[in-house]
Ligand binder design. Structure first.
Ligand code: BGC
Length: 475
């Protein structure tokens, strides 16, 4: 297949963004960071808190898995519906509601008197991060100049990784006092930041235009671009919003031309999760202790090291993504994941026979996370923001994001049980086999989008010959 037949540099063009849009780009970047922090902090914080929650409430394995996974149920459902809810009520209003739900959920967790209340709080927090994960990218895409869209999507993943790292550090700080309530309660901070940000940020010009508020849309555009000279862009938005008013439906995604795009979004969403990233992110201290590092603080510190690798390698990926393209990074990173999952399984195999390989296990975990951070991590979120036509972008992005949360839920709900029934070696080898599937899927199906405008990518799906090429590779 000629996957590289799709096109070049969204991020390149963002680097060349006109100076008049710089202020806006800066504000949007901060906004993206807050949305990603919510996502990262809340999914990451549970890894260190779990040990103490287990002690406080005397949890069974299944209850521990529920404490970890309940966030994901809310997230899955509300990521899928988030896009269309924001079509009806507005991106800004939905994000304000998101921040309120999110703050309330974090407080319920912090003051929970029973495991049931804790799980309720985790579901509320999940609703917040599910909404944030589909509406934040939509909001950013609609206020961004087209030339800045690409790198901002990758900034979203960067913020996720920073949120996870901050969560690990919070876990480390509160470990001596067994302060799991503080660990979960601190999530209020990004929630407040998001709410405060949205009070000052405007509704998107595209949403306003779609609802017929053209004057307001022009005023907002002038404000966020920092110039009166917005007529050309305003006319584009007006035209696009009129097209978007012909509301897209799920059935559009099933049309032959768009089916490959649907498959890619859903497929990558599943593969991003079933290759095991969150067994490391959520259960890292547990795995490290299983590998033989017995001190509680030692294992949490090693986890923070893993979080740092995640942030740094995401930065590396952002630097490389326009230079080498999405496909080479994706394929190289997944290959690294396959090798490290194989090695990890092997280490646990030796460990079971009495080896002392805890340090090596941590190094391999870091290599695994580094491989994910340059590939499936950022590139999944980037591709689902890039590959869908404008008319159905929110809907399709929501479906892909929701699928990702569902897959995340299944993996984290089953991980401890798998460890118990299969043992660590076979469990990691299983993820390794799924990573091989993920490599083949990406090799045969994922197109190269480097350097292409969203409109060019949109055209790509409708060019029959190229779609046929894609199909013939599938077959
Ligand atoms: C994934 C999350 C994961 C994170 C790790 C994201 O792209 O969607 O599930 O926890 O990366 O950095």
């Amino acid at each position: 297949m000629n996957a590289s037949a799709v096109e070049p540099a969204v991020i390149n063009s963002s680097i060349q963004a006109p100076t008049t849009s710089q202020t806006f780009v800066y504000i949007a970047a901060i906004f993206a960071a807050v949305g990603g922090l919510l996502f990262g902090y809340d999914t990451g914080v549970i890894s260190g808190a779990l040990i103490f929650i287990k002690r406080s409430f005397g949890l069974s394995i299944f209850q521990q898995e529920l404490a970890v996974s309940s966030v994901l149920v809310g997230a899955a459902v509300f990521a899928i519906t988030g896009g269309s809810l924001s079509d009806r009520y507005g991106r800004r209003k939905m994000l304000l509601i998101t921040s309120v739900i999110f703050i309330a959920g974090a407080l319920v967790c912090a003051f929970a008197g029973s495991i049931q209340i804790l799980i309720l709080g985790r579901v509320m927090v999940g609703i917040g991060i599910g909404l944030a994960s589909s509406v934040v990218p939509l909001y950013i895409a609609e206020i961004s100049p087209a030339s800045a869209r690409g790198w901002q999507v990758s900034l979203f993943q960067l913020a996720i990784t920073i949120g996870i790292l901050v969560a690990y550090l919070a876990d480390y700080v509160f470990t001596p006092s067994s302060g799991w309530r503080w660990m979960l309660g601190l999530a209020v901070v990004p929630g407040v930041l998001l709410g405060a940000g949205m009070l000052f940020l405007p509704e998107t010009p595209r949403f306003l235009a779609r609802h017929g508020h053209f004057d307001l849309a022009r005023t907002v555009l002038i404000k966020i671009r920092g110039t009166q000279d917005v007529e050309e862009e305003f006319q584009e938005i007006k035209t696009a919003s009129q097209e978007t008013a012909l509301r897209g439906h799920v059935s559009d995604l099933l049309l032959p031309a768009l089916r490959p795009a649907l498959m890619i979004g859903i497929g990558l969403a599943i593969f991003q999760q079933v290759t095991g990233i969150n067994t490391i992110i959520y259960y890292a201290p547990y795995i490290i202790r299983t590998a033989g590092i017995s001190s509680l603080q030692g294992s949490i510190l090693a986890t923070a090291g893993i979080g740092t690798v995640n942030v740094v390698m995401t930065l590396v990926s952002m630097w490389l993504i326009d230079r080498v393209g999405r496909r080479p990074l994706l394929l190289t990173g997944i290959a690294g994941m396959i090798v490290s999952l194989g090695a990890l399984g092997f280490i646990f195999h030796l460990q079971a026979k009495g080896g002392e390989l805890a340090g090596l296990a941590v190094v391999i975990l870091m290599f695994y996370v580094a491989s994910f951070a340059i590939s499936l991590g950022p590139i999944f979120w980037l591709l689902i923001a890039e590959i869908y036509p404008l008319k159905i972008r929110g809907l399709a992005t929501g479906i892909a994001a929701g699928t990702n949360w569902l897959a995340n839920f299944v993996v984290s709900l089953t991980f401890l049980s798998l460890l118990k029934s299969l043992g660590p070696s076979l469990t990691f080898w299983l993820y390794g086999v799924l990573a091989i599937g993920s490599w083949l899927f990406s090799y045969y199906l994922v197109p190269e989008t480097k350097g292409r405008t969203l409109e060019e990518i949109e055209q790509f799906w409708h060019k029959k010959p190229v779609v046929n090429q894609l199909k013939s590779t599938i077959a």
